[in-house]
Design a protein around this ligand. Structure first.
Ligand SMILES: [Zn+2]
Length: 302
C-alpha cells in the first residue's frame, strides 16, 4: 500500500542505521561569514564555527560520513572539533556522535535528546522502533533551556524551543555572524516531516517558524535542517504553506472527513512540484497533519 511505504521511508530517513559508502556522498562546503560555514552531505545540514578557539559543530549526519566530514573540516582548519551540538535526537542529525565523541569532541544537547537516544523509541503511526544509541553517542553535556558558547569572536546561543518537529528541538543563533541554524523546525523548499508520534506537532512547528521569523531580519542567513541555505523570505514562505495546509486539513476534520477524503481533496496540488522531495510529498504532509490534529480532537466534540 502506498501510504505504508511513506511511513517506512520516514522511519528509514530518521534511522541512524543507514549505511552507504562515503564515496557516494560529496560534502559540499559553503562559507557564510568569516567564521561560519554550512556543510551539506546526506542527512541534516551541518553548521560550523571555525577559528582559533576550535571548531564548534551543529549536527553530524550519519556515522559512515564522519571521515568525509572531518576531511572537509580539515581542509578549512587545523583545529579539532571541540563541541558538537545536536539540534534534536533524530539519527540523520546525530549519527556521527559516537565517532566524533571518540575523536574527542564534547557532545551537547537539550536534556530530552539524551533521554530519547538512550531508550528504545516506538512510533505507532510509522510502526518503527529506534533502538537506543550506544553510550558513546549520547550527549555528555545537556541543558534544559539555553546555553551559550563564547568562541571564535562570537556568542553562539543554543536554545530549546517548545515541541515542534520533535519534543527535543533547539535552534542555534550565531549572534555576531547573524546566522541562525533552525534544525528541523524548518525545511527549506521541502515539505517537512513532523514527528507527531513522538512529541512533535504541526502547530508547534508553525510557532517555532514564527519565533525564527521574529529573531531574524532580511540580512540573516538561515541554515535549515534540510534544503539549501535560506533567507527570511524562504522561511516565511514555508510558514505560510504550513499554515494554509494546516487550516485546510483542520476545516475538513471539523466536517468529520476521513483521511482518505482529505487526501482526495488534493490540498497541496499547486505545491507538490516545488516542495515534494524524497518520500515526503503533499500526501505525506497532509497525512501527518491529519494524524496530529485528529488525535487532539475530543471524541464526540463535533
Ligand atoms: Zn528530524
Amino acid at each position: 500500500m502506498k501510504k505504508t511505504s511513506y511511513w517506512l521511508s520516514a522511519a528509514l530517513l530518521m534511522s541512524p542505521a543507514i549505511t552507504w559508502s562515503q564515496e557516494e556522498v560529496e560534502i559540499k562546503v559553503q562559507q557564510l561569514t568569516e567564521h561560519v560555514y554550512m556543510l551539506e552531505g546526506r542527512g541534516g545540514n551541518i553548521g560550523l564555527s571555525i577559528g582559533d578557539d576550535g571548531v564548534f559543530m551543529i549536527d553530524d549526519q550519519y556515522a559512515p560520513l564522519t571521515p568525509a566530514i572531518l576531511e572537509a573540516i580539515g581542509r578549512l582548519t587545523d583545529q579539532p572539533v571541540k563541541f558538537v551540538l545536536n539540534t534534536h535526537w533524530h539519527g540523520d542529525h546525530t549519527g556521527g556522535n559516537e565517532n566524533l565523541g571518540k575523536a574527542g569532541a564534547i557532545i551537547i544537547a537539550y536534556d530530552k535528546v539524551r533521554e530519547r537516544m538512550s531508550t528504545e523509541q516506538f512510533r505507532k503511526l510509522i510502526g518503527g522502533r529506534t533502538p537506543p544509541a550506544a553510550d558513546a553517542a549520547l550527549p555528555m553535556v545537556t541543558f534544559n533551556d539555553r546555553i551559550s558558547f563564547f568562541m571564535n569572536d562570537d556568542e553562539i546561543q543554543a536554545f530549546h524551543v517548545a515541541p515542534a518537529h520533535t519534543d527535543t528541538d533547539s535552534m542555534i543563533y550565531f549572534s555576531a555572524a547573524d546566522v541562525l541554524h533552525t534544525g528541523d523546525v524548518f525545511f527549506n523548499k521541502r515539505f517537512p516531516f513532523i514527528d507527531v508520534d513522538l512529541g512533535g506537532s504541526i502547530d508547534g512547528t508553525i510557532a517555532a517558524a514564527n519565533l525564527a521569523l521574529e529573531m531574524t531580519t532580511e540580512k540573516t542567513k538561515i541554515i535549515p535542517g534540510h534544503g539549501p541555505l535560506a533567507s527570511r523570505q524562504d522561511l516565511m514562505d514555508y510558514r505560510d504553506i504550513l499554515l494554509t495546509v494546516r487550516n485546510s486539513v483542520a476545516e475538513l476534520i471539523g466536517r468529520n472527513c476521513t483521511l482518505e477524503e482529505v487526501l482526495a481533496e488534493k490540498l497541496t496540488e499547486s505545491l507538490d512540484e516545488t516542495w515534494s522531495w524524497n518520500f515526503i510529498n503533499g500526501d505525506t504532509l497532509v497525512s501527518v497533519i491529519y494524524a496530529d490534529l485528529a488525535k487532539n480532537r475530543q471524541p464526540g466534540a463535533e
